[in-house]
Design a protein around this ligand. Structure first.
Ligand SMILES: [Zn+2]
Length: 73
């Protein structure tokens, strides 16, 4: 008794472009006015300048060392 072969082709990758996420722009971290550049986000006190804290609802988080700084509403 041969078991029926199940030769279903593997489901092809579902169509659609891969999700791009929110789209991170490095330029969004800085504001350039004339000759001066100012940073929009706080930089991490542990990692130093150049590593910014990500903004969350009630806290700032460093993606590198996981430093968290809570902010009041
Ligand atoms: Zn850090």
């Amino acid at each position: 008794m041969a078991a029926p072969k199940d030769n279903k082709p593997k489901a092809a990758a579902k169509g659609g472009a891969p999700k791009k996420g929110k789209g991170f722009n490095i330029s969004s971290l800085y504001t350039i006015s004339g000759d001066k550049i100012s940073r929009n986000n706080r930089s991490c006190p542990k990692c130093g300048s150049g590593t910014f804290l990500g903004k969350h609802k009630d806290r700032l988080v460093c993606g590198k060392c996981r430093y968290v700084e809570f902010v009041k509403g």
